[in-house]
Design a protein around this ligand. Structure first.
Ligand code: UT7
Length: 325
């Protein structure tokens, strides 16, 4: 029996501390690092980002976003029987951020685990939840993307520290009588692991290697524009649809130029792309559910529309979820 799954609620949370490009440039100038609002806007489309205060972890942001998604779905934490958190900035090495979220939202007993696919993490998490619901392992999943990338940035490296922000987004995915999720498509290619990584680890009680983000921006850019078109087309083909059927493209929010290029390749006008990178920066696994929630709550996305969610990031990982909202 084929089971359908649909998103019944969305939620998101941004930490209150907001830094415009000018605010960040002023902070960096004190350290002798030169950047400008003009450079950041022109190369990335980013105008502002949110940073979590000290002591606030991914699980705190995730719990807030998760509670808002539960409320939107009209259910409580006790109704959830699966929790998946996509994050590359977990509170601890272990236990998983998902178990901390489970506790913080007042749930207990159901399976809870993290997925780690960097900026593709939410797409991975949603696909795994979908597969588990279809397999009969769960009926109602809470899937969250949450990050505090500000903790892994090198604020002496202007080529990366201006790009990222903190936040969380969540969805409730439930078994349903009608679709729902129409197709999923996931990929990884570890040959490209070095172009975007945090090459540090814990060993013998110390952090070994470099625990801050390293990125070859141009290499990532080139790979991203190719795979984002490819995975969107694969998901469309799996569902027997074409580009014209997409009402909203909700891509990972890394750079407006990557989104413009993807939209062009898919022959979609930019008006059909949900853009939050200007206000959030790149929030990695949180960016797609944050954008989804924003466009649901401001009324752009309505029930019955066809949404293409797609992500790309470290690993190298990429993938998409095509769904009827
Ligand atoms: O989330 C995972 C996916 N991540 C991405 O998709 C990121 C993909 N990559 C990108 O978005 C872009 O490659 C960047 C935004 C990271 C960089 O843009 P770019 O157009 O590729 O710039 P660039 O690296 O070629 O740098 C151009 C110039 C350099 O100066 P020179 O060598 O031409 O004199 C940089 O030193 O811009 C300089 N630069 C800056 N100047 C002011 C680099 N960062 C900054 C900065 N402020 N923050």
């Amino acid at each position: 029996m084929s089971r359908f799954c649909r998103i019944t609620g969305t939620g998101s949370y941004l930490p209150p501390r907001r830094l415009t490009n000018a605010d960040l440039a002023a902070e960096l100038a004190v350290k002798g690092i030169e950047t400008s609002d003009e450079w950041i806007v022109e190369r990335t489309g980013i105008r502002a980002r949110h940073f979590a205060d000290e002591g606030v972890g991914s699980s705190d942001l995730a719990a807030q976003a998760g509670l808002r998604a539960l409320e939107a779905a009209g259910i409580t934490a006790a109704d959830v029987d699966l929790i998946i958190v996509a994050t590359s900035t977990p509170d601890m090495v272990f236990p998983s951020t998902a178990t901390m979220v489970q506790h913080k939202i007042g749930a207990a007993g159901c399976p809870a685990f993290d997925v780690q696919a960097v900026c593709t993490g939410f797409i991975y998490g949603l696909s795994v939840a979908h597969a588990m619901l279809q397999a009969g392992s769960a009926r109602r999943a809470l899937v969250i993307g949450a990050e505090v990338f500000s903790r892994i940035l090198d604020f002496k490296d202007r080529t990366t520290c201006v790009l990222f922000g903190d936040g969380a987004g969540a969805v409730v995915l439930e078994l349903a009588d009608a679709p729902g999720i129409l197709a999923t498509d996931l990929h990884a290619d570890g040959r490209h692991r070095d172009i975007l990584c945090v090459p540090g680890h814990v060993s013998g009680g110390s952090v070994l290697g470099d625990p801050v983000l390293k990125m070859d921006g141009q290499a990532v850019f080139k790979l991203a524009v190719g795979v984002l078109e490819e995975t969107a087309r694969t998901s469309l083909a799996k569902a027997g649809l074409n580009e014209g059927d997409i009402d909203w493209l909700i891509p990972h929010q890394a750079n407006i130029r990557i989104m413009q290029s993807t939209a062009r390749k898919l022959k979609l006008p930019l008006e059909k792309v949900v853009v939050t990178v200007d206000q959030h920066g790149n929030t990695s696994a949180a960016s797609i559910p944050l954008a989804l929630d924003l466009a649901v709550r401001d009324g752009r996305i309505v029930r019955g529309q066809t949404l293409m969610l797609e992500g790309v990031g470290g690993g190298f990982t990429w993938g998409s979820v095509l769904l009827r909202y």
